[in-house]
Design a protein around this ligand. Sequence first.
Ligand code: PLP
Length: 378
Amino acid sequence: MKQPIDVPFVNLGCQLGQFRGRVLELWGQILEQGAFIGGEIVSRYEEAFADFCGAKHGVGVASGTDALLLALKALGVGKGHQVITAANTFVATAEAIAHSGAKPILVDVDPKTYNIDVKQVEAHLTRQTKAIIPVHLYGHPADMAPILEVAGHHGIDVIEDASQAHGAEYRGRPVGTWGHLGCFSFYPSKNLGACGDAGAVVTDNERLALRLRQLRNHGAKSKYAHELIGFNSRLDSIQAAALLVKLDSLREWNQQRRSCAALYDDLLSGVSGVTTPMASGQVLHVYHLYVIRTPAHLRDSLRRHLGRQGVQTGVHYPQPVHRTRAFSKLRWTKCPMAERLAGEIISLPMYPGLREDQIRWVAHVISDFMDHRLSKYA
Ligand SMILES: *Cc1c(COP(=O)(O)O)cnc(C)c1O
Protein backbone atom coordinates (compact mmCIF):
# COMPACT_ATOMS: atom_id res chain seq x y z
CA MET A 1 0.00 0.00 0.00
CA LYS A 2 1.07 3.55 -0.70
CA GLN A 3 2.28 5.94 1.98
CA PRO A 4 -0.78 7.36 3.83
CA ILE A 5 -1.67 10.99 3.19
CA ASP A 6 -3.15 13.08 5.99
CA VAL A 7 -6.62 14.25 5.06
CA PRO A 8 -8.31 16.29 7.79
CA PHE A 9 -12.10 16.46 7.80
CA VAL A 10 -12.09 20.24 7.49
CA ASN A 11 -9.30 22.78 7.31
CA LEU A 12 -10.42 26.28 8.17
CA GLY A 13 -6.91 27.65 7.75
CA CYS A 14 -6.76 26.94 4.00
CA GLN A 15 -8.24 30.27 2.89
CA LEU A 16 -6.79 32.42 5.64
CA GLY A 17 -4.40 34.14 3.24
CA GLN A 18 -7.32 35.27 1.11
CA PHE A 19 -9.00 37.33 3.82
CA ARG A 20 -6.67 37.76 6.75
CA GLY A 21 -5.42 41.27 5.89
CA ARG A 22 -8.83 42.78 5.19
CA VAL A 23 -10.44 41.25 8.27
CA LEU A 24 -7.66 42.49 10.56
CA GLU A 25 -7.97 45.96 9.11
CA LEU A 26 -11.72 46.09 9.79
CA TRP A 27 -11.21 44.65 13.25
CA GLY A 28 -8.67 47.40 13.94
CA GLN A 29 -11.23 50.04 13.01
CA ILE A 30 -13.86 48.42 15.22
CA LEU A 31 -11.48 48.33 18.18
CA GLU A 32 -10.68 51.99 17.75
CA GLN A 33 -14.30 53.05 17.38
CA GLY A 34 -15.56 50.75 20.13
CA ALA A 35 -18.71 49.94 18.12
CA PHE A 36 -19.02 46.30 19.05
CA ILE A 37 -22.77 45.81 18.91
CA GLY A 38 -24.73 47.02 15.91
CA GLY A 39 -23.29 49.85 13.87
CA GLU A 40 -22.50 50.38 10.25
CA ILE A 41 -20.54 47.21 9.60
CA VAL A 42 -23.43 45.04 10.80
CA SER A 43 -25.95 46.74 8.52
CA ARG A 44 -23.51 46.61 5.63
CA TYR A 45 -23.14 42.89 6.09
CA GLU A 46 -26.88 42.35 6.47
CA GLU A 47 -27.48 44.12 3.19
CA ALA A 48 -24.68 42.30 1.40
CA PHE A 49 -25.85 38.89 2.57
CA ALA A 50 -29.51 39.59 1.74
CA ASP A 51 -28.34 40.72 -1.68
CA PHE A 52 -26.34 37.54 -2.14
CA CYS A 53 -29.50 35.54 -1.41
CA GLY A 54 -31.65 37.73 -3.64
CA ALA A 55 -33.71 38.78 -0.59
CA LYS A 56 -34.95 42.26 0.28
CA HIS A 57 -34.05 42.09 3.97
CA GLY A 58 -31.36 40.45 6.06
CA VAL A 59 -31.40 40.37 9.85
CA GLY A 60 -28.23 39.33 11.64
CA VAL A 61 -28.63 37.29 14.81
CA ALA A 62 -26.39 35.49 17.28
CA SER A 63 -26.52 31.98 15.75
CA GLY A 64 -28.30 29.71 13.31
CA THR A 65 -30.32 28.22 16.14
CA ASP A 66 -31.50 31.70 17.13
CA ALA A 67 -32.30 32.48 13.50
CA LEU A 68 -34.75 29.56 13.55
CA LEU A 69 -36.19 30.41 16.96
CA LEU A 70 -36.70 34.09 16.12
CA ALA A 71 -38.18 33.16 12.74
CA LEU A 72 -40.74 30.94 14.50
CA LYS A 73 -41.48 33.70 17.03
CA ALA A 74 -41.84 36.31 14.29
CA LEU A 75 -44.48 34.12 12.65
CA GLY A 76 -46.35 33.75 15.92
CA VAL A 77 -45.55 30.07 16.39
CA GLY A 78 -45.87 28.91 19.99
CA LYS A 79 -47.73 26.73 22.47
CA GLY A 80 -50.42 24.55 20.97
CA HIS A 81 -48.81 24.57 17.52
CA GLN A 82 -46.98 21.86 15.62
CA VAL A 83 -44.05 22.40 13.30
CA ILE A 84 -43.00 19.73 10.81
CA THR A 85 -39.33 19.15 9.99
CA ALA A 86 -37.05 16.33 8.86
CA ALA A 87 -36.00 13.66 11.36
CA ASN A 88 -32.41 13.55 10.11
CA THR A 89 -31.47 17.17 10.70
CA PHE A 90 -28.98 18.67 13.13
CA VAL A 91 -30.65 18.77 16.53
CA ALA A 92 -30.80 22.61 16.49
CA THR A 93 -33.77 22.62 14.09
CA ALA A 94 -35.86 20.63 16.55
CA GLU A 95 -34.50 22.58 19.53
CA ALA A 96 -35.65 25.86 18.04
CA ILE A 97 -39.14 24.43 17.52
CA ALA A 98 -39.26 23.10 21.08
CA HIS A 99 -38.05 26.42 22.54
CA SER A 100 -40.73 28.29 20.62
CA GLY A 101 -43.27 26.30 22.63
CA ALA A 102 -44.48 24.33 19.61
CA LYS A 103 -44.21 20.59 19.18
CA PRO A 104 -41.64 19.28 16.66
CA ILE A 105 -43.14 16.74 14.27
CA LEU A 106 -40.19 14.85 12.82
CA VAL A 107 -40.95 13.14 9.54
CA ASP A 108 -39.13 10.81 7.20
CA VAL A 109 -36.98 11.76 4.24
CA ASP A 110 -36.52 11.01 0.57
CA PRO A 111 -34.21 8.01 -0.01
CA LYS A 112 -32.35 9.78 -2.82
CA THR A 113 -31.82 13.35 -1.63
CA TYR A 114 -32.09 12.64 2.13
CA ASN A 115 -34.30 15.73 2.35
CA ILE A 116 -37.81 16.03 3.76
CA ASP A 117 -40.39 13.98 1.86
CA VAL A 118 -43.41 16.09 0.95
CA LYS A 119 -45.69 13.03 1.12
CA GLN A 120 -44.68 12.65 4.76
CA VAL A 121 -45.38 16.33 5.35
CA GLU A 122 -48.88 15.91 3.95
CA ALA A 123 -49.47 12.77 5.97
CA HIS A 124 -48.68 14.57 9.22
CA LEU A 125 -50.59 17.81 8.75
CA THR A 126 -53.05 18.52 11.53
CA ARG A 127 -55.10 21.52 12.54
CA GLN A 128 -52.26 22.52 14.87
CA THR A 129 -49.66 22.56 12.08
CA LYS A 130 -48.40 26.12 11.89
CA ALA A 131 -45.15 25.85 9.96
CA ILE A 132 -42.88 23.53 7.97
CA ILE A 133 -39.09 23.75 8.20
CA PRO A 134 -37.43 22.04 5.23
CA VAL A 135 -33.69 21.62 5.83
CA HIS A 136 -31.34 21.87 2.85
CA LEU A 137 -29.29 19.04 4.27
CA TYR A 138 -25.59 18.76 3.36
CA GLY A 139 -26.04 21.67 0.91
CA HIS A 140 -28.63 19.96 -1.31
CA PRO A 141 -31.80 22.08 -1.54
CA ALA A 142 -35.03 20.44 -0.43
CA ASP A 143 -37.71 20.08 -3.09
CA MET A 144 -39.38 23.42 -2.36
CA ALA A 145 -42.09 23.59 -5.03
CA PRO A 146 -44.34 20.79 -3.72
CA ILE A 147 -43.67 21.88 -0.12
CA LEU A 148 -44.76 25.44 -0.89
CA GLU A 149 -47.78 24.12 -2.72
CA VAL A 150 -48.93 22.03 0.23
CA ALA A 151 -48.18 24.89 2.64
CA GLY A 152 -50.03 27.43 0.51
CA HIS A 153 -53.00 25.14 0.23
CA HIS A 154 -53.27 24.84 4.02
CA GLY A 155 -52.23 28.38 4.96
CA ILE A 156 -49.03 27.20 6.66
CA ASP A 157 -45.75 29.13 6.84
CA VAL A 158 -42.48 27.80 5.47
CA ILE A 159 -39.13 28.51 7.12
CA GLU A 160 -36.05 27.25 5.29
CA ASP A 161 -33.21 25.93 7.41
CA ALA A 162 -30.43 26.91 5.01
CA SER A 163 -27.66 26.56 7.60
CA GLN A 164 -25.80 24.11 5.36
CA ALA A 165 -26.63 25.67 2.02
CA HIS A 166 -25.33 29.23 1.62
CA GLY A 167 -25.37 29.92 -2.10
CA ALA A 168 -27.16 26.71 -3.09
CA GLU A 169 -29.83 27.11 -5.73
CA TYR A 170 -33.18 25.52 -6.40
CA ARG A 171 -34.50 25.94 -9.96
CA GLY A 172 -31.92 28.64 -10.58
CA ARG A 173 -32.72 30.76 -7.55
CA PRO A 174 -30.78 30.84 -4.25
CA VAL A 175 -32.22 29.07 -1.23
CA GLY A 176 -33.46 31.23 1.62
CA THR A 177 -36.00 33.16 -0.42
CA TRP A 178 -38.31 30.32 -1.36
CA GLY A 179 -40.04 30.19 1.99
CA HIS A 180 -41.42 33.09 4.05
CA LEU A 181 -38.18 33.22 6.00
CA GLY A 182 -34.74 31.74 5.32
CA CYS A 183 -32.42 30.92 8.22
CA PHE A 184 -28.65 30.68 8.06
CA SER A 185 -25.90 29.72 10.49
CA PHE A 186 -22.40 31.15 10.19
CA TYR A 187 -20.85 28.65 12.57
CA PRO A 188 -17.15 28.58 11.61
CA SER A 189 -17.24 25.34 9.62
CA LYS A 190 -20.32 26.24 7.54
CA ASN A 191 -19.85 27.18 3.85
CA LEU A 192 -19.76 30.79 5.06
CA GLY A 193 -18.35 30.82 8.57
CA ALA A 194 -17.69 33.55 11.11
CA CYS A 195 -14.88 33.59 13.67
CA GLY A 196 -17.34 32.51 16.34
CA ASP A 197 -21.11 32.13 16.45
CA ALA A 198 -23.39 34.10 14.14
CA GLY A 199 -26.55 33.69 12.08
CA ALA A 200 -29.07 35.52 9.92
CA VAL A 201 -32.64 35.45 8.68
CA VAL A 202 -33.48 36.69 5.18
CA THR A 203 -36.92 37.60 3.87
CA ASP A 204 -38.77 39.72 1.33
CA ASN A 205 -41.39 40.57 3.92
CA GLU A 206 -40.76 43.96 5.52
CA ARG A 207 -43.15 43.41 8.40
CA LEU A 208 -41.43 40.17 9.36
CA ALA A 209 -38.01 41.79 9.02
CA LEU A 210 -39.01 44.57 11.42
CA ARG A 211 -40.39 42.04 13.87
CA LEU A 212 -37.15 40.06 13.74
CA ARG A 213 -35.13 43.22 14.42
CA GLN A 214 -37.26 43.83 17.48
CA LEU A 215 -37.12 40.25 18.69
CA ARG A 216 -33.32 40.08 18.53
CA ASN A 217 -32.99 43.25 20.61
CA HIS A 218 -35.22 42.75 23.67
CA GLY A 219 -38.39 43.39 21.70
CA ALA A 220 -37.52 47.07 21.44
CA LYS A 221 -38.84 49.16 18.57
CA SER A 222 -36.55 51.99 19.62
CA LYS A 223 -34.47 52.37 22.75
CA TYR A 224 -36.51 51.21 25.80
CA ALA A 225 -39.70 50.94 23.74
CA HIS A 226 -40.14 47.22 24.48
CA GLU A 227 -43.16 46.14 22.50
CA LEU A 228 -42.52 42.42 22.55
CA ILE A 229 -40.87 40.05 24.97
CA GLY A 230 -37.73 39.57 22.94
CA PHE A 231 -34.27 38.12 23.17
CA ASN A 232 -30.67 39.23 23.27
CA SER A 233 -29.59 37.76 19.96
CA ARG A 234 -27.60 40.36 18.09
CA LEU A 235 -24.89 39.88 15.50
CA ASP A 236 -21.77 41.67 16.72
CA SER A 237 -19.57 43.83 14.53
CA ILE A 238 -16.47 41.65 14.97
CA GLN A 239 -18.32 38.73 13.34
CA ALA A 240 -20.05 40.94 10.76
CA ALA A 241 -16.68 42.28 9.59
CA ALA A 242 -15.24 38.81 9.08
CA LEU A 243 -18.38 37.68 7.28
CA LEU A 244 -18.46 40.77 5.06
CA VAL A 245 -14.94 40.05 3.84
CA LYS A 246 -15.45 36.29 3.47
CA LEU A 247 -18.73 36.69 1.60
CA ASP A 248 -16.71 37.90 -1.41
CA SER A 249 -15.17 34.44 -1.73
CA LEU A 250 -18.25 32.34 -1.03
CA ARG A 251 -19.12 31.64 -4.67
CA GLU A 252 -15.55 30.62 -5.43
CA TRP A 253 -15.37 28.39 -2.34
CA ASN A 254 -18.66 26.74 -3.23
CA GLN A 255 -17.30 26.10 -6.71
CA GLN A 256 -14.22 24.48 -5.19
CA ARG A 257 -16.46 22.26 -3.07
CA ARG A 258 -18.37 21.28 -6.20
CA SER A 259 -15.15 20.39 -8.02
CA CYS A 260 -14.02 18.25 -5.10
CA ALA A 261 -17.42 16.54 -5.10
CA ALA A 262 -17.21 15.91 -8.85
CA LEU A 263 -13.84 14.18 -8.41
CA TYR A 264 -15.13 12.08 -5.51
CA ASP A 265 -18.16 11.16 -7.66
CA ASP A 266 -15.91 10.16 -10.48
CA LEU A 267 -13.63 8.00 -8.38
CA LEU A 268 -16.29 6.42 -6.16
CA SER A 269 -19.33 5.91 -8.35
CA GLY A 270 -18.05 2.58 -9.68
CA VAL A 271 -17.03 1.22 -6.29
CA SER A 272 -19.37 -1.55 -5.15
CA GLY A 273 -20.90 -0.97 -1.74
CA VAL A 274 -20.65 2.80 -2.06
CA THR A 275 -23.55 5.12 -2.89
CA THR A 276 -22.40 8.61 -3.81
CA PRO A 277 -24.61 11.60 -3.04
CA MET A 278 -27.10 12.62 -5.67
CA ALA A 279 -27.70 16.13 -6.98
CA SER A 280 -31.12 16.34 -8.58
CA GLY A 281 -31.35 18.17 -11.89
CA GLN A 282 -33.16 21.16 -10.46
CA VAL A 283 -30.56 22.12 -7.85
CA LEU A 284 -27.12 23.61 -7.47
CA HIS A 285 -25.63 21.52 -4.64
CA VAL A 286 -22.98 23.31 -2.55
CA TYR A 287 -21.67 20.23 -0.69
CA HIS A 288 -21.42 21.53 2.84
CA LEU A 289 -20.83 17.83 3.42
CA TYR A 290 -19.99 15.02 1.03
CA VAL A 291 -21.90 12.06 2.41
CA ILE A 292 -21.66 8.52 1.04
CA ARG A 293 -23.65 5.44 2.03
CA THR A 294 -22.18 2.05 2.72
CA PRO A 295 -23.64 -1.27 3.90
CA ALA A 296 -24.47 -0.74 7.60
CA HIS A 297 -22.32 -3.70 8.75
CA LEU A 298 -19.23 -2.14 7.15
CA ARG A 299 -19.75 1.51 8.06
CA ASP A 300 -17.84 1.65 11.33
CA SER A 301 -15.01 -0.60 10.20
CA LEU A 302 -14.56 1.50 7.06
CA ARG A 303 -14.38 4.63 9.21
CA ARG A 304 -11.78 3.03 11.47
CA HIS A 305 -9.80 1.88 8.45
CA LEU A 306 -9.89 5.38 6.91
CA GLY A 307 -8.74 6.79 10.24
CA ARG A 308 -5.73 4.47 10.28
CA GLN A 309 -4.88 5.65 6.76
CA GLY A 310 -4.84 9.29 7.82
CA VAL A 311 -8.37 10.14 6.67
CA GLN A 312 -10.72 11.86 9.12
CA THR A 313 -14.43 11.30 8.62
CA GLY A 314 -17.69 12.22 10.34
CA VAL A 315 -21.27 10.97 10.66
CA HIS A 316 -24.03 13.54 10.16
CA TYR A 317 -25.82 12.41 12.19
CA PRO A 318 -25.37 9.22 14.22
CA GLN A 319 -29.05 9.26 15.24
CA PRO A 320 -32.16 10.89 13.83
CA VAL A 321 -33.36 13.59 16.24
CA HIS A 322 -36.12 11.45 17.77
CA ARG A 323 -33.54 8.84 18.81
CA THR A 324 -31.49 11.33 20.83
CA ARG A 325 -32.02 11.21 24.55
CA ALA A 326 -33.13 14.85 24.62
CA PHE A 327 -36.05 14.20 22.30
CA SER A 328 -36.81 10.64 23.34
CA LYS A 329 -40.04 11.66 25.09
CA LEU A 330 -41.42 13.01 21.84
CA ARG A 331 -44.11 10.81 20.37
CA TRP A 332 -42.60 10.18 16.99
CA THR A 333 -43.80 9.17 13.59
CA LYS A 334 -42.21 6.21 11.83
CA CYS A 335 -39.05 7.26 10.00
CA PRO A 336 -37.50 4.07 8.57
CA MET A 337 -35.42 5.91 5.98
CA ALA A 338 -33.90 8.38 8.43
CA GLU A 339 -33.10 5.53 10.81
CA ARG A 340 -31.53 3.43 8.09
CA LEU A 341 -29.42 6.33 6.83
CA ALA A 342 -28.05 7.02 10.30
CA GLY A 343 -26.39 3.59 10.26
CA GLU A 344 -25.03 3.79 6.72
CA ILE A 345 -23.67 7.30 6.17
CA ILE A 346 -20.11 8.58 6.26
CA SER A 347 -19.11 12.19 5.67
CA LEU A 348 -15.82 12.37 3.78
CA PRO A 349 -13.34 15.26 4.06
CA MET A 350 -14.76 18.30 2.25
CA TYR A 351 -13.61 21.89 2.24
CA PRO A 352 -12.39 24.43 -0.30
CA GLY A 353 -8.68 23.84 -0.60
CA LEU A 354 -8.94 20.04 -0.33
CA ARG A 355 -6.34 18.81 -2.80
CA GLU A 356 -6.73 16.38 -5.66
CA ASP A 357 -4.09 14.00 -4.26
CA GLN A 358 -5.98 13.94 -0.96
CA ILE A 359 -9.28 13.11 -2.67
CA ARG A 360 -7.60 10.40 -4.73
CA TRP A 361 -6.13 8.94 -1.56
CA VAL A 362 -9.52 8.85 0.21
CA ALA A 363 -11.14 7.17 -2.79
CA HIS A 364 -8.28 4.70 -3.08
CA VAL A 365 -8.55 3.67 0.57
CA ILE A 366 -12.32 3.21 0.27
CA SER A 367 -12.26 1.17 -2.93
CA ASP A 368 -9.42 -0.99 -1.64
CA PHE A 369 -11.38 -1.67 1.55
CA MET A 370 -14.58 -2.48 -0.32
CA ASP A 371 -12.82 -4.79 -2.78
CA HIS A 372 -11.33 -6.72 0.06
CA ARG A 373 -14.35 -6.85 2.37
CA LEU A 374 -17.02 -7.45 -0.21
CA SER A 375 -15.10 -10.21 -1.98
CA LYS A 376 -14.37 -11.90 1.34
CA TYR A 377 -18.08 -12.13 2.15
CA ALA A 378 -19.26 -12.76 -1.41
C1 PLP B 1 -25.43 24.42 12.06
C2 PLP B 1 -26.86 24.15 11.95
C3 PLP B 1 -27.82 24.82 12.76
C4 PLP B 1 -27.46 25.65 13.95
O1 PLP B 1 -26.61 26.68 13.75
P1 PLP B 1 -25.76 27.30 14.96
O2 PLP B 1 -25.21 28.53 14.34
O3 PLP B 1 -24.74 26.31 15.36
O4 PLP B 1 -26.72 27.61 16.05
C5 PLP B 1 -29.16 24.58 12.50
N1 PLP B 1 -29.55 23.73 11.54
C6 PLP B 1 -28.68 23.07 10.77
C7 PLP B 1 -29.19 22.15 9.71
C8 PLP B 1 -27.31 23.24 10.96
O5 PLP B 1 -26.45 22.56 10.19
